[in-house]
Design a protein around this ligand. Structure first.
Ligand SMILES: Cc1cc2nc3c(=O)[nH]c(=O)nc-3n(C[C@H](O)[C@H](O)[C@H](O)COP(=O)(O)O)c2cc1C
Length: 192
């Protein structure tokens, strides 16, 4: 079994990556392989609505997106993590989500995979739960099975890193991300 974590941050060594790693560390400890794909250094262009994917499992654009989706199609679980941008997912993650039409139109290739969400913002009520919902809603449109964390937050991992603080300071963010990882591992094993 394998879980792929998508880090939607626009920068290296990000707060989003920190919380994503917390979830994936737990999954690794449960004996499940994990891989992180960071988007900050990838070429992810917007969908241009050319409709090539209506005719075949292809995309007219030659960037990094189809390679990322090959990994997601071969995974059993997917965690998408995003910084909160104006209470929405990051632009890079949104581009990646929109580019999933080939997977949806050609046999629902992500259906049945277990999915979870993590969102990280600088404000305490900055839209983390909204961003988790956006990710989970996208997963539902792909007929994925979604999990949230076990007890402390109900939408997934929710990180809060105000300016001048460190990700390590946010115990609630760590706890919700760890619990999301536990829930994903538990669900994958139950479905095995
Ligand atoms: C364009 C932009 C919009 C942002 N909007 C929000 C917001 O709506 N709510 C919030 O809590 N934080 C907001 N932030 C702060 C980031 O979500 C926060 O700094 C986050 O930790 C950055 O994640 P990263 O370390 O992965 O880049 C915004 C930051 C940027 C650059």
């Amino acid at each position: 079994m394998k879980v792929v974590g998508i880090c939607g941050s626009h920068r290296e060594e990000s707060t989003t990556l920190f919380f994503l790693k917390k979830a994936l560390d737990v999954i690794e400890k449960e004996g499940i392989e994990t891989e992180i794909i960071e988007l900050w250094n990838k070429d992810i262009r917007p969908c241009i609505v050319c409709d090539q994917c209506k005719k075949a499992y292809t995309c007219s654009q030659e960037d990094d997106v189809m390679d990322i989706y090959e990994k997601l199609v071969n995974a059993d679980g997917i965690i998408m993590a995003s910084p909160v941008y104006y209470a929405m997912v990051s632009g890079r993650l949104k581009n990646l989500m929109d580019r999933s039409l080939p997977q949806r139109r050609n046999g629902m290739k992500l259906a049945g995979k277990v999915g979870g969400a993590i969102a990280v913002g600088a404000s305490r009520n900055g839209g983390q739960e909204l961003v988790c919902r956006q990710i989970v809603t996208w997963m539902h449109l792909h007929e994925m099975i979604t999990v949230s964390d076990r007890v402390t937050a109900h939408f997934g991992g929710t990180g809060w890193v105000p300016r001048g603080t460190k990700s390590e300071d946010d115990q609630t963010g760590i706890e919700t991300s760890v619990n999301l990882g536990k829930k994903m591992a538990e669900t994958l094993k139950r479905l095995e």
